[in-house]
Design a protein around this ligand. Structure first.
Ligand code: ZN
Ligand code: ZN
Length: 409
């Protein structure tokens, strides 16, 4: 079974170009076998049956979320280890459907998704955004990807378990783990380089993996011509990751001026994930997060806004990310509203389109309305530069979502 790509022509639509934040009225966009073949001024020829009348609507390139976990089907991540992969996939199907309906036509999974679920979407078996996956995140024993409670010794290392991470220690093991993820088709290697909020036994300010282990993982990724994404909170962890060649920094809530210099020097990407902290502070208790986890989250939520402001002011490349868990996935689009407290609508739209595509090394194909790009389009009811609410509240703001030339929903 192959992706059911179709041909589609959208008429009289206003085209939004994130790269230079321009909006061009009355455009015709033609998509043939899933790719844009033509975009330009429309004319007065009648709208044919099967053509989409975009009068009054705004066409943006399909949105990209660079930090998701489609297998994070519950806020209690440790519980996923005991779930059937079939059950997790069924739950993930609902998460993916929701993402697509909100306008996300591509997501980068940074822990959990494998070649199977990505193929299920590509083959049209599950409606959802295309999944650029990194397999399981690499974690040291007791690190952010080690979800055992302190009282448990054993853990099941079977790869088919739908957990987000894998534990590896020492140069030989980390090399094998990286090579194994590459073997299974990873587009990037995710490394837990600091403690985190969802992990039961580590401190947010801990540094994880030794220098030698980090060097080995980054070398394996580079040898395969892919890159590393690093989960990191403190400036010490962020800076260490950047110095060791980690290309994208996830969260980074406690970064500082010295981190900003390193982002710029290394041409690295910053992927804040504000939505998850706000959602967990507001909903965490009812969704069963443990008190230790909630305390950690409360300690970093405000810093996330400060870090984003610092990076935005300095011109760091910032990509859109959300990192939501379980039922909180429904709050994915709130990230637009949260970032608007700090950034301009132009910068936010870029982060979810052109900058995200550059991060994925898919510039020209994703995040852009141009000849040769995927026919991924979000039609909104208003100009997002005047009213970012059309993206932040997609249930009312989004008119239609088109992925590879197919009208979804
Ligand atoms: Zn993380
Ligand atoms: Zn994450």
């Amino acid at each position: 079974m192959t992706t059911p790509t179709k041909d589609l022509t959208i008429r009289h639509v206003s085209a939004v170009h994130p790269a230079d934040a321009t909006v061009i009225a009355d455009q015709r966009i033609r998509i043939v076998t899933g790719r844009i073949t033509d975009i330009g001024a429309d004319d007065n020829t009648p709208i044919l049956p099967g053509e989409f009348d975009g009068t009054g609507a705004f066409a943006l390139p399909g949105l990209i979320d660079c930090h998701v976990h489609v297998n994070a089907v519950t806020a209690s991540l440790g519980a996923v280890a005991d779930m059937s992969p079939a059950y997790v996939t069924a739950q993930a199907a609902g998460i993916l459907r929701g993402m697509l309906a909100r306008g996300f036509t591509t997501v980068r999974d940074v822990g959990g998704a494998d070649f199977g679920i990505a193929a299920a979407v590509d083959d049209g078996l599950l409606p959802g955004p295309r999944i650029i996956f990194g397999g399981k995140a690499l974690s040291q024993t007791g690190g952010h990807g080690d979800l055992r409670p302190a009282g448990r010794d054993v853990h099941d290392l079977h790869y088919a378990l739908p957990v987000l991470g894998r534990v590896c220690d020492g140069i030989a093991e980390v090399r094998r783990a990286a090579r194994d993820e590459i073997r299974r088709g990873a587009s990037h290697i995710k490394i837990m380089i600091s403690g985190g909020c969802a992990s039961p036994t580590d401190r947010v300010d801990s540094l994880q993996f030794s220098d030698e282990e980090l060097t080995a993982i980054v070398a394996e990724a580079h040898a395969a011509n892919i890159y590393c994404a690093g989960h990191a909170y403190t400036a010490a962890a962020v800076n260490r990751g950047l110095r060791f060649g980690v290309r994208t920094i996830e969260h980074g809530n406690l970064l500082d001026d010295t981190s900003i210099e390193l982002f710029l020097a290394h041409d690295a990407f910053y992927v804040p994930t504000l939505a998850t902290y706000v959602a967990q502070v507001e909903d965490g208790q009812t969704l069963g997060l443990d008190p230790g986890q909630l305390t950690k989250i409360r300690s970093v939520v405000d810093d996330g806004f400060r870090a984003l402001a610092l990076a935005d002011g300095a011109g760091v490349k910032i990509a859109f990310g959300t990192d939501l868990l379980g039922e909180m996935h429904e709050r994915q689009s709130e990230e637009f509203a949260l970032r608007a407290k700090v950034q301009s609508p132009q910068a936010i739209v870029r982060s979810a389109t052109t900058t995200a595509a550059e991060l994925l090394r898919r510039a020209g194909e994703l995040g852009v309305l141009a000849e040769g790009a995927y026919g991924d389009i979000v039609l909104t009811r208003a100009n997002p530069y005047d009213d970012l609410g059309v993206l932040a509240r997609p249930d009312t703001g989004v008119l239609a979502v088109i992925k590879s030339g197919v009208l979804t929903g």
